[in-house]
Design a protein around this ligand. Structure first.
Ligand SMILES: NC(=O)c1ccc[n+]([C@@H]2O[C@H](COP(=O)([O-])OP(=O)(O)OC[C@H]3O[C@@H](n4cnc5c(N)ncnc54)[C@H](O)[C@@H]3O)[C@@H](O)[C@H]2O)c1
Length: 312
């Protein structure tokens, strides 16, 4: 198949690109390099340094005629969306709508959409949270991801454009870079490697910080592979199904790096942060034939190896 990957120069998108190429697919990348890197793009792959909200994007889809659009381009920071909801709306909702219009216009068969299970579940009363939970969103990032999902339904019903929504938990692994606000694992690793203290944002009634569900990037890539042929017009949680506190993740990393003596600073809660989050992943097992393979301990070891190599 020919697949256009938006955000293919970024962390998850570039790993998905590698997976698709290894499976024998032809890949084209569209990415404006706002957070992605040219070094993530494999030699020989056609790359367009273009924004999804631009007119050029339509020309690219017209020329390339992909069978599938795999959409990973986005503003990915929850705190940034709280700071600037309009910017998030422009990038994550209007940009996606633009992409969907072009997809319909030029005969794309299916769109695979990187959504967020953690953000959509918000402070859901049922934990682990499954896909039937009607989101009560607490950040513009989550609202705009959900809007994207609703638009997919509209285009499927109205124009027959197929889709699969992959609602990720917290993804981590090689090529994830700390951006100061999101990506707690690379933030902890980078700071501890430099012997700098880390900060834990905690609640009075949850002193070990927020809880999350962490999924290793190679497992996420397999879900993107399965979505090429499974799960039409449905949404799937892609996570580990295991809840762990931020302070426990910190301890695992500090132990692996043998940096237990560096103190952990504590601060209050951050706006927009979901307090507890873990996804129910049974639907993906049933209908996508997908299960995570990599434990958090193993994934952290691999991530550390990559990061030490990358930083040296
Ligand atoms: N990392 C996670 O834990 C996580 C969890 C849930 C969902 N997601 C979603 O997965 C996707 C990829 O996230 P990531 O962590 O790899 O982030 P990333 O920032 O590494 O990747 C995003 C890529 O999209 C590109 N991009 C951003 N805006 C663009 C635009 N308007 N036009 C074209 N390219 C643009 C960036 O340059 C970058 O290469 C995003 O949609 C994100 O919301 C990520």
């Amino acid at each position: 198949m020919k697949i256009l990957v938006t955000g293919g120069a970024g962390f998850i998108g570039s790993n998905v690109v590698d997976t698709y190429i290894a499976a024998g697919h032809k890949v084209v990348i569209l990415d404006n390099l706002s957070t992605g890197s040219l070094s993530n793009i494999p030699d020989g792959v056609t790359f367009y340094p273009v924004s999804i909200e631009s007119k050029d994007m339509d020309t690219i889809i017209k020329i390339e005629k992909p069978d599938i659009v795999n959409h990973h381009a986005a503003q990915k920071s929850v705190p940034a969306s709280v700071e600037n909801p309009l910017y998030d709306l422009h990038q994550n909702a209007e940009g996606f709508l633009n992409l969907l219009e072009s997809s319909v216009r030029h005969g794309v068969r299916k769109v695979i959409f990187a959504s967020s299970g953690g953000a959509l579940a918000g402070d859901a009363p049922i934990i682990p949270t499954d896909e039937t939970y009607v989101p009560r969103m607490i950040s513009p990032y989550a609202i705009h991801k959900y809007l994207g999902e609703q638009y997919l339904h509209f285009y499927a019903v109205t124009y027959g454009l197929k889709y699969t929504v992959l609602r990720y938990a917290n993804v981590y692994g090689p090529r994830q870079v700390p951006d100061g606000e999101s990506g707690v694992i690379p933030i902890f690793i980078t700071r501890l490697l430099a012997d700098q203290p880390c900060t834990l944002y905690a609640y009075a009634d949850q002193p070990d910080g927020t809880t999350r569900d962490y999924v290793y990037v190679s497992d996420v890539c397999r879900a993107n592979l399965q979505a090429l042929t499974h799960g039409d017009n449905e949404a799937f949680n892609i996570g580990s199904g295991t809840e762990i506190s931020t302070s426990a993740v910190y301890q695992l990393i500090a132990d692996l790096l043998e940096k237990r003596s560096i103190p952990l600073n504590r601060a209050g809660e951050r706006k927009g942060d979901v307090k507890r989050s873990v996804l129910d992943i049974r639907k993906a097992a049933e209908k996508l034939d997908w299960r995570p393979n990599i434990s958090l301990q193993e994934g952290l070891k691999r991530t550390l190896e990559w990061q030490q190599q990358f930083l040296s």
